[in-house]
Design a binder for this molecule. Structure first.
Ligand code: NAD
Length: 452
């Protein structure tokens, strides 16, 4: 096994070394997961539910530790990192109700009865990106375990620490060996084995659209199930009749949270032309007020980017764009970048079309409602978006018109663990979270019982 040096992005200093799984170790872990499956599947529903609740309680007792780990590994602020660890706990508690409620149907038939079962698939492989290591791990592993599958989970190369710890906490809570295994490793090694090893019956992937397409193509070979949560380029549409002060105050947090490394980032702001200048004027102080500080400072609202390489990529976009104004960022060895507002000239600009995944937002005026919807939809992505208006009819028309999976009206909140989350178009396939997520980790079996 080789090792990987984890770097603190706020200081550029090493944190620790992590051993990486190779192909043979990955296959051995998958075999252990397959061996653990029958007992986990056949466990009494109430017993599996109890173990998930215990797992939630153990995570709850370690929220501070997990948050501190994420702060050092991913540069997340205290507030975000605590929310993220708490989200793992909440998702575990929510889906702990699943085992006793994985209902099938009874469908009227002549000559007997017809019932359906939601059968677990077997081993599920979960591949996680670096931007939200804890929540995204939890959104996959929890409904998969709750519906009776065993899980192998690969964190991103850059951010393995919290996932490894969560795997240890599962064992501490009494989840049997082999039911949840965390395998740090490279995408092309460990992730690739999830796709090719036939014992893995489903791949649940979150990451870039480019890699997601490879995963989907690879899964086709075995007609392996896959869920894809991919990139985004979401629009924040501000109409002239909106509460402009509220919209401008919220806009920075809709895109600069987690330094813009958020698949739901509203990285395109569309403003009705009659209030364009006024909105830009209100946005400037809001952007400058964002506290970009070392994430260990409780007052920090935005930390660094994840790596030097990623910062170079983000800077490349900004260098080619017209900057309206920027906020502040610390000097120092970390991968810092100030929140940046750019003016987009044309919907063909790279900064308007491509996922920058950094603290950069592009602003463009629009003439009317029809043009707003057309511009919002002029993208291959369709993950999230916001609409600011006081007109309820318009809010509904535009929300129905925008091709995206998660829309917020007069808000930028996208994620609640009890509502479905996922993308239209090239932002993804399938849904996570919400009441139906466990069904994504089962196949429906139909059984007819003759009564004569
Ligand atoms: P990435 O696609 O480079 O990597 C994601 C994961 O896939 C990592 O664990 C990586 O090791 C693994 N991987 C890479 N190549 C692989 C291969 N050939 N086979 C199997 N696994 C492989 O993405 P990233 O840079 O880590 O994350 C950023 C991207 O994730 C952005 O595009 C962002 O929008 C997206 N994202 C989407 C959501 C969502 O829910 N839609 C949420 C968070 C992030």
């Amino acid at each position: 096994m080789s090792t990987y040096t984890v770097i603190n992005p706020a200081t550029a200093r090493p944190v620790t070394e992590v051993e990486l799984y190779d192909g043979a170790a990955t296959d051995a872990a998958i075999e252990r997961a397959a061996a653990a499956f029958p007992r986990w599947r056949d466990m009494a529903p109430g017993e599996r539910a109890t173990l998930l609740r215990r797992f939630a309680a153990v995570v709850d007792a370690h929220v501070e530790e997990l948050a501190e780990l994420e702060m050092r590994n991913a540069g997340h602020t205290w507030a975000n990192a605590r929310w993220e660890a708490g989200n793992v706990r909440d998702v575990l508690n929510y889906y702990a109700a699943t085992p006793e409620r994985l209902f099938g149907q009874q469908i009227p038939t002549a000559g007997g009865i017809n019932v359906t079962f939601h059968e677990p698939l077997g081993v599920v492989g979960i591949i996680v990106p670096w931007n939200f290591p804890m929540p995204i791990a939890g959104w996959g592993l929890t409904p998969a375990l709750a519906s009776g599958n065993t899980v192998v989970l690969k964190p991103a190369e850059l951010t393995p620490l919290t996932a490894v710890r969560i795997g240890e906490l599962a064992l501490e809570a009494g989840v049997p060996e082999g039911v949840l295994q965390v395998l740090p490793g490279r995408g092309v090694v460990v992730g690739e084995r999830f796709v090719t090893n036939p014992l893995v019956r489903k791949v649940c992937f979150t990451g870039s659209t480019a890699v997601g397409k490879q995963i989907m193509a690879g899964c086709a070979d075995q007609v392996k199930r896959c869920t894809l949560e991919l990139g985004g380029k979401s629009a924040n549409v501000v109409f002239a009749d909106a509460d402009l002060a509220k919209a401008a105050a919220a806009a920075p947090y809709a895109v600069f949270d987690n330094a813009g490394q958020d698949c739901c980032a509203r990285s395109r702001i569309l403003v009705e032309r009659s209030v364009y200048e006024e909105f830009l004027g209100l946005l400037e102080p809001a952007v400058k007020a964002v506290s970009v500080l070392d994430p260990s400072d409780e007052a920090s609202e935005m930390g660094p980017l994840i790596s030097a390489r990623h910062r170079e990529r983000v800077r490349g976009y900004v260098d080619a764009a017209v900057i309206a104004y920027t906020g502040h960022a610390p000097d120092g060895d970390g991968f810092w970048m100030a929140p940046t507002v750019v003016l987009a000239d044309s919907p063909r600009d790279a900064i308007w079309r491509e996922e920058v995944f950094g603290p950069v937002v592009a602003v463009m005026p629009f003439a009317d409602e029809a043009e707003a919807v057309q511009l919002a939809n002029d993208t291959e992505f369709g993950l999230s978006g916001s609409i600011y208006t006081r007109d309820v009819g318009r809010a509904l028309r535009v929300a129905r018109g925008i091709e995206a999976g998660n829309l917020s009206i007069n808000s930028h909140a996208s994620v609640r663990y009890w509502t479905p989350f996922g993308g239209f178009k090239q932002s993804g396939l399938g849904r996570e979270l919400g009441p139906d997520a466990p069904h994504a980790f089962t196949d429906v079996k139909n059984v007819f019982i003759a009564s004569d």
